[in-house]
Design a protein around this ligand. Structure first.
Ligand code: URP
Ligand code: ZN
Ligand code: ZN
Length: 537
């Protein structure tokens, strides 16, 4: 069993005290001890003010384009050299990676930490969620800022505050929930001054986050002009609303009603619509949490026709199906409630195949974790169950075991899907997503012969349930280096609140290359306006 709510409250307050006492930036030999406050078997770690010099010896260094046996030398948070037989002085920490893979730390493109949603807030904040991420080999994530009463700048300020206790690097996407001149101007500020290069539009969650097609078109146009990537949560919110009413009328109030009320056809419809509207505006589109064959096929069709569409499946959608929602135990069933919902078996396998053949481009988690007490808000009505599942700690292990161990993808593909492509799409490559001289020292060492097991009782997040409970497999992240520091080694997590950096993400990623030429081609294809001679009488 995981911690109870009371234990969690104690954990929260204990951690708050610990954070208060150590909140100042990393100081000389400050001791950051998270042991005993819910971070597994961690022991107290010591972080020194000067960043460590680290040599990773003899591993197979894997980038998205290439793999080779080499040493990696890290100093002051940056990778300084990648080559065989690097010689170093005695003051360098040496990690033997013989027989293991040395890869860029994972980048999770889709998380919700400290997210106020459906009358509650996610159990994981920026500290606990990131600590869990580091224990699972993820060294950066991009979280979704939600505007405050439609105000982007107020949302940005609120999330900057929430992220003060960050212990690893992070960036922000921004949701757009209403439209007027102020929002339009604020989008510009977010891109030009705040390091945000992507905006998400929710086509679902009617009555809260959902927007209509008119707003979507305005938003797409603005994204295009700013070189910012438009993202969509693609479900038809009006039809979902109708589906929910139908379930309640049929007396279906439990978690299975969640899946039944929003079938895959509604995800396919919204995905196709968003793709067509993005094509109409000629701006690139990123579809978040692709959960169904229906949505994936819309993406495949668009990409085949040359449209710039990116599809992001999430680890829950790749590995789980909807059967848990029919579990007779409410707590078990409710933990699987997320949107779009987990689909009947067959969809996950098809999404895996789409990932291995390049139809889908990268893997996120949509980590949005609620405990069983929070999920019980919907005990009498599935519409009130907070939507969201975990994955930030599990993604790297589960992807390795499911896709690499099974032979579906190569190790270089694994790096591309978990790290490099995300860095490229959000325009921070090769600072992130690569083991190259000059890149940030965000590195994992994975032992392919070791194994992992998942349980709410041993994971590093704050919930008492885990949708991957009992799963295990081959391939274990034995070491995580974040920002040049060893933060995870053989089961010990050493993390410092406030040590994570906000990463500015500039606009006009590679997805925008040549888009103006396409537009020029479009204009010349119109053969209009036609010059007409005034009729003479
Ligand atoms: O169920 C989910 N996905 N919760 C997080 C919000 C979202 O839609 O991404
Ligand atoms: Zn969503
Ligand atoms: Zn999400």
């Amino acid at each position: 069993m995981g911690p109870t709510l009371i234990t969690q409250i104690i954990i929260y307050f204990t951690s708050f005290v610990v954070q208060l006492s150590i909140f100042s930036p990393v100081s000389v030999s400050s001791q950051f001890c998270e042991a005993g406050i819910g971070y597994g078997d961690s022991e107290c770690g010591v972080l020194s003010s000067s960043m460590s010099k680290i040599l990773i010896k003899g591993g197979t260094v894997v980038n998205a384009h290439h793999q080779e046996i080499a040493d990696v030398y890290v100093q002051d948070g940056i990778i300084v050299a990648v080559k065989p037989n690097i010689k170093v002085d005695d003051d360098v920490i040496v990690l033997d990676a013989t027989g293991k893979f040395v890869m860029p730390g994972g980048i999770d493109p889709h998380t919700h930490l400290a997210f106020d949603f459906m009358s509650t807030q996610t159990v994981d904040d920026f500290f606990s969620g990131q600590a869990a991420a580091l224990a699972g080999g993820t060294t950066m994530h991009i979280d979704f800022v939600i505007p405050v009463n439609g105000s982007l700048s107020a949302g940005y300020e609120a999330y900057t505050e929430k992220a003060k206790n960050a212990c690893m690097d992070y960036g922000f996407h921004m949701a757009i929930t209403k439209w007027d001149e102020i929002v339009s101007r604020e989008m510009e500020i977010m891109v030009k001054e705040k390091g945000i290069n992507s905006f998400k539009f929710f086509l679902a969650y009617k009555g809260s986050l959902m927007i209509n097609d008119e707003l979507l078109l305005e938003g797409f146009k603005k994204c295009k002009s700013l070189g910012a990537l438009a993202m969509v949560h693609a479900e038809n919110g009006d039809a979902v609303f109708e589906g929910q009413k139908r379930m309640i009328e049929l007396g279906i109030t439990g978690p299975e009603g969640h899946a039944l009320s929003r079938p895959a056809v509604l995800e396919g419809e919204a995905t196709g619509r968003a793709i067509r509207l993005a094509g109409f505006v000629n701006t690139p589109l990123y579809v978040v949490h692709v959960m169904s064959i229906d949505a994936m096929e819309e993406i495949a069709k668009a990409r085949k026709s040359g449209q710039r569409v990116v599809g992001e499946p999430v680890v829950s959608g790749l590995l789980l199906d909807d059967s848990g929602l029919w579990d007779p135990d409410f707590t078990t069933a409710a933990k699987f409630v997320m949107s779009p919902p987990l689909r009947p078996s067959g969809h996950g396998k098809a999404l895996q195949a789409a990932l291995s053949t390049g139809v889908l481009q990268l893997v996120g988690t949509d980590h949005c974790r609620f405990n069983s007490t929070q999920k019980a808000l919907g005990i009498d009505d599935f519409r009130k169950i907070p939507n969201g599942v975990n994955g930030i700690e599990e993604r790297m292990h589960l992807l390795w075991d499911t896709m690499v161990e099974s032979g579906q993808i190569s190790v270089t593909d694994y790096v591309r899907l978990t790290s490099t492509e995300c860095a490229r799409i959000f325009n921070i490559y090769p600072r992130k997503g690569a083991i190259l001289a000059g890149s940030d020292a965000d590195i994992i060492i994975l032992n392919p012969n070791s194994s992992f097991e998942i349980s709410a009782s041993s994971d590093h997040s704050r919930s008492d349930t885990n949708v991957f409970e009992g799963r295990g497999g081959k391939g274990k992240v034995e070491v995580t280096i974040a920002g040049g520091r060893v933060v995870w080694e053989n089961g010990d997590l050493t993390v410092a609140p406030g040590s994570g950096k906000y990463i500015d993400m500039p606009p006009f990623s590679y997805l925008f290359n040549g888009i103006d030429k396409e537009y020029a081609k479009y204009l010349s294809s119109l053969q209009a306006p036609v010059k007409r001679f005034k009729a003479t009488t």
